[in-house]
Design a binder for this molecule. Structure first.
Ligand SMILES: *Cc1c(COP(=O)(O)O)cnc(C)c1O
Length: 442
C-alpha cells in the first residue's frame, strides 16, 4: 500500500504542471468529481487508494514546489512525514497513559526541551497557533479572572481577538501599529489608566510581513503596568534554532506564555503547535477528571494524568515527528534551514528592488517579501495574483499595508534556488503585462 501511495503521489504531481492545479475552483472540482465517482458505492473499490491519492495530489497546492509561496505553509520534511506514518500505524492517543505509554514519555521530553529553548518551563502540544493563542487567553483568564482585558497591536493575528470573543472576555484594546510593529510608547499610553487585570499580546513574526515587535521594551512596559505578557511567535519562533537570527527574539523569555508553531518555520506536517508556559502553576486551570481516563487512585499509583495537558480528549502524538526532526537535524541543521529561507527572502527582495517594474514594501525581517507592480491599482494587484492561481503557475499571497494591496511571497522552502526566485518575479511581471493588454478596468 505504501508503494501504491508513493506511485499515486508521483503520477498525480506529474499531471499538475505547476504548484497549483490549473483551471480554478470549478476546473479542480470537476476533475476531482470525475476521478472520485461515487464516494460511498454499494460495493467497495479496491483501487480507491490509488485513484483518490492520485486525484488529491494532482489537485494539491504543493508547498514543496518552489513557486508555491503564498502562506506560512511549509514543505514538510520527509523524515517528519515518515515518522508521522508510524503514528498513524500505531494510533496512540494521549488522553491516557494506557493508550500511549511511550508517547506520554516522549511528549514530556520534547515539550520540556522546546519550552526551555524558548525560555519557558513547560509546553502544551496544540493544533497550531490559533489553539495556542486561545489557550494562552484561557490560562490568563483562569489566573486573573474573567475581567482580564486583552491589549494587542493592530498587527496581531486574528485568532487573538477571536479567542477573547470565544472566552467571553471584555472587548480587546487595539494599539495602533503604524510601522507594522507594536509601538511600546503607544502601548504604554494604552495601558495607562486602563483598569486591570491586563493581558498584552505581542507578535514575533507577523503573518503579513514577518515583523517582530520590540519584545524587551514591551516586556518592560508590561512589568511597569503589572500586565501579563503573551508572545505569539507562531512564525518567528523558528528563529530560535538559528545562531544568526536567534537574538531577534531577545526578550521572549519575559513572556508568561509563548505560541510556537512548528508547521511553519519547523517544516512539520500539520499539526505541530505548542504553547510554552513560564509558570507551570498556570496549567492547574486545565485539570480535569474522568474516571475512565485518570481515576485518582490510578494517578496516586503513578499513572501519568494527561487530561490536563489539553482541552482535547483523543489526541494524536504530533510529538513523534517533532522529536524525530529535532534529533535527525539537530539544532544546527534546523538553524541552517532557517538561515536559508531568510537568505532567500533577502535575495528575492534584492531582485524586486532592482526590477524597474516592481516596488518593494520593505527589507524582509524573516522570510516574507511584500511587493507590487509599480503604478498598479489594487484591483490589478489582486487580479495578478488570481491570474497566477487560475493558471496554476505560481502561488503568491496578498496583504493590505499602508493603505495599499501588496503581493506577498512567504519563502519557506529551503530548496528554492536563485532561478526559482527569478521565475517567480518573472511570472508576476508576465501576468501583469497580460492583464494590461487585456485592458483590465481600473
Ligand atoms: C499562523 C499564525 C497563527 C495561527 O496558527 P495556525 O497554526 O494557523 O492556527 C497565529 N499567529 C501568527 C502570528 C501566525 O502567523
Amino acid at each position: 500500500m505504501l508503494g501504491t501511495v508513493l506511485d499515486a503521489l508521483d503520477t498525480g504531481a506529474r499531471a499538475r504542471s505547476g504548484p497549483l492545479p490549473a483551471g480554478g475552483p470549478d476546473g479542480v472540482a470537476r476533475r476531482l468529481r470525475e476521478a472520485v465517482g461515487e464516494i460511498l458505492p454499494e460495493q467497495g473499490d479496491p483501487h480507491a487508494l490509488h485513484t483518490l491519492v492520485r486525484a488529491f495530489a494532482e489537485g494539491a497546492a504543493d508547498p514543496a514546489h518552489p513557486l508555491c509561496a503564498a502562506h506560512l505553509h511549509c514543505p514538510p520534511l520527509a523524515v517528519a512525514t515518515a515518522a508521522d506514518l508510524a503514528v498513524s500505524a500505531l494510533n496512540p492517543s494521549l488522553d491516557s497513559w494506557d493508550q500511549a505509554p511511550a508517547a506520554t514519555a516522549l511528549e514530556s521530553i520534547v515539550t520540556r526541551a522546546l519550552a526551555r529553548h524558548a525560555g519557558a518551563t513547560d509546553a502544551l502540544v496544540t493544533t497550531g497557533g490559533t489553539e495556542s493563542n486561545q489557550l494562552a487567553l484561557l490560562l490568563a483568564r483562569e489566573r486573573h479572572g474573567g475581567s482580564v482585558r486583552l491589549v494587542h497591536g493592530a498587527n496581531a493575528h486574528h485568532s487573538l481577538p477571536r479567542a477573547a470573543w470565544l472566552l467571553g472576555l471584555p472587548e480587546p484594546v487595539v494599539v495602533p501599529a503604524p510601522g507594522g510593529t507594536l509601538d511600546p510608547d503607544a502601548l504604554d499610553e494604552a495601558l495607562t489608566g486602563l483598569p486591570g487585570p491586563l493581558l498584552v499580546a505581542a507578535t514575533a513574526g507577523t503573518t503579513d510581513t514577518g515583523r517582530i515587535d520590540p519584545l524587551p521594551e514591551i516586556a518592560a512596559r508590561c512589568a511597569a503596568h503589572d500586565a501579563r505578557l503573551h508572545v505569539d511567535a507562531a512564525y518567528g519562533g523558528g528563529l530560535l534554532f538559528s545562531d544568526r537570527h536567534r537574538t531577534r527574539l531577545t526578550g521572549l523569555d519575559a513572556a508568561d506564555t509563548v505560541t510556537l508553531d512548528l508547521h511553519k518555520l519547523g517544516w512539520q506536517p500539520v499539526a505541530a503547535g505548542l504553547l510554552a508556559v513560564r509558570d507551570t502553576r498556570d496549567l492547574a486551570a486545565l485539570r480535569q477528571h474522568a474516571d475512565y481516563l485518570n481515576a485518582p487512585d490510578d494517578t496516586e499509583a503513578g499513572l501519568p494524568d494527561l487530561l490536563g495537558r489539553s482541552l482535547r480528549t483523543t489526541r494524536r502524538p504530533d510529538v513523534l515527528k517533532v522529536a524525530v526532526t529535532l534529533k535527525t537535524l539537530g539544532r544546527s541543521g534546523l538553524g541552517a534551514l532557517v538561515d536559508q529561507v531568510c537568505d532567500h527572502a533577502r535575495q528575492f527582495a534584492a531582485l524586486v528592488d532592482g526590477h524597474p517594474d516592481f516596488e518593494l514594501h520593505a527589507p524582509p525581517v524573516i522570510s516574507t517579501v511584500l511587493f507590487r507592480p509599480t503604478g498598479a491599482t489594487d484591483t490589478t494587484v489582486a487580479a495578478v495574483r488570481r491570474a497566477l492561481l487560475t493558471d496554476g503557475s505560481a502561488v503568491l499571497g496578498r496583504a493590505r499595508l499602508d493603505g495599499r494591496l501588496w503581493l506577498k511571497a512567504t519563502l519557506l522552502n529551503p530548496a528554492t534556488g536563485p532561478d526559482d526566485l527569478a521565475a517567480l518575479l518573472h511570472l508576476a511581471a508576465a501576468s501583469r503585462a497580460t492583464l494590461v493588454e487585456g485592458h483590465t478596468p481600473r
